[in-house]
Design a protein. Sequence first.
Length: 237
Amino acid sequence: MKTYLAFLLLFAFACPFVRAQSLPLNDGEVWENIYLEKNITKRLLVRLNEEGRVVNNATNPNFAYLDIGLNYKLNKHIHLSLAYVLTEKQQKTETFTTRHQAYATITLRKKLFQFMFNNRSMIQWQVQDVYSSATGKFPEYYFRNKVSITYEKQFRFQPYVAEEVYCYLNQPYVHWQYKFNRVRYFAGIYYHPNMINEFEIYYLFENNFNQVNISPNKVAINPQNNYILGLGYAHTF
């Protein structure tokens, strides 16, 4: 497992050096997240996750999703999950697009000294504007990989860093020169006032280096950098 984690770390940090050749746009954003979970058995739990985003230099709420899923603990080193996500996103025309997503994940966990290493691999399926778009019934498939390291010497305060990369497995209406199109870097801290509540604050740099912009006449690659302040709350029932 150590060799596997080392390979994925090298793979993740190498991906951002694949770039489209356009000048990037920049935006400041604020994201909020509320995560609720309920244990069904010692190994199985059901969860509900809500997230909202305020974009355009934190002036315009334009994105929200609701994530409903199950987590299963195979053992202390391997965790599995399955979920459905309903997403609403505002377009530049100020209309909203509806996206349906489903995903499955496997997370590998290993503790070394006071550090917890996690590698989460995800396969994500998505359709958008099913009844209002000519391409709405054609699904997109993503592979997403997130590596995180959390310092767990203290229970109450636990800082962490993480990186996530996105890779298209299938994009039915766009031909990509590069399959990788997004990378995210996180630095944050968890605060646990007790065993059932958790607060989180983090900074996230998101580089959309192969971002697509589809219009009736053309498909353009418009890279964008997002500088994000994130706030989260989690509760276990």
